[in-house]
Design a binder for this molecule. Sequence first.
Ligand SMILES: Cc1ncc(C[n+]2csc(CCOP(=O)(O)OP(=O)(O)O)c2C)c(N)n1
Length: 375
Amino acid sequence: MINTSKFYNILVSKGINFFTGVPDSLLKDICAYISDNVEGNRHIIAANEGASIGLAVGNYLASGKPSLVYMQNSGFGNTVNPLLSIADNDVYSIPMILLIGWRGEPGKKDEPQHIKQGEVSEELLRAMQIPYQIIDENSDVNVVLDLAVKTAMSKKKPYALLVRKNTFEKYKLLKDTKTSFPLNREGAVKLIVNQLDDSDVIVSTTGKTSREVFEYREELNQTHEKDFLTVGAMGHTSSIALGIAIEKKDRNIFCFDGDGSVLMHMGSLAINGMMKDVTNFKHIIINNGAHDSVGGQPTVGFDIDFPKIAYGCGYTLVDSASEINEIKDKLKVMALHKGRALLEIKVNKGARESLGRPTQTPIENKIAFQKNLLN
Ligand SMILES: Cc1ncc(C[n+]2csc(CCOP(=O)(O)OP(=O)(O)O)c2C)c(N)n1
């Protein structure tokens, strides 16, 4: 396996000293190492992967050095535009190293949302004319990084490393922040689900939130027809919820979002808020200040004011809560409100070791959900 410190030190020896990206579960150890060892704003966990490309472009313009941009292959889609329309050889020709976690690699078992992405990852890189190497636990890091940096710099273009599962040695994040709210995300999910009406609809975000919604329905011996699990498309959950809310005016649509997910495409808040005749849109941000589902790397979720931002975007009711009774009361007010409501629930990060994965396929989820909505 590749030692995270060795990988990092070789990068530094090759002149790379700016790191940015969005965390990925396959890269969590190298991301954690970078978080612990790169000072201040030389490491930026960006809002989305496209923004990381922007940061790497800016850094190169100002330093003449390539950056390391890390991401899950799910996030590669967010980079396509800035890579092709700015960094490409036909435009500004900007070198950088892309470190891409390869979820859904053909032949390896993975979740449905990763299968197609994994299958086409190499093809996408080839179509975009980005040279790449596949790396795994047996790769010689010196050789790999030498070729990567030399190619990026001599051809003045992005160079990708497609990283297989279990490539990096374990590294435990030292800069871990602890909070002491009464609930964690799963506690909040249960509390909200318990308080919903029979006709209410849930659209839940990417990662463990949707898994927890699914498992809670199982625990309650309930069906899954009221829940749409946004297993992919991180950051677009509230847009899916809005699409439903516009059409289904007689149902309350509850979006269970995450701080990382909202940040990823925060522009959507402005569009949600400006839908002046939408009266049934209930946006809940379960804020744990982290990308908890992929390793707990920090977001700026606890540093910014989500309710104020939503208010500024035209939401008609905004609030924040962390105590159990406070959450219950505010959920009641939210349920009755006729407008675009947002409730931030602050929670601790962390999840159960035993948390499973949905046993229904996405198509089964869609059919049941749609049948329920169309009734
Ligand atoms: C475009 C994209 N980038 C990255 C990922 C990997 N990913 C899955 S869940 C997640 C973290 C989500 O964080 P947040 O919304 O705060 O929810 P939490 O896991 O903390 O509950 C990330 C980065 C992804 N699925 N899609």
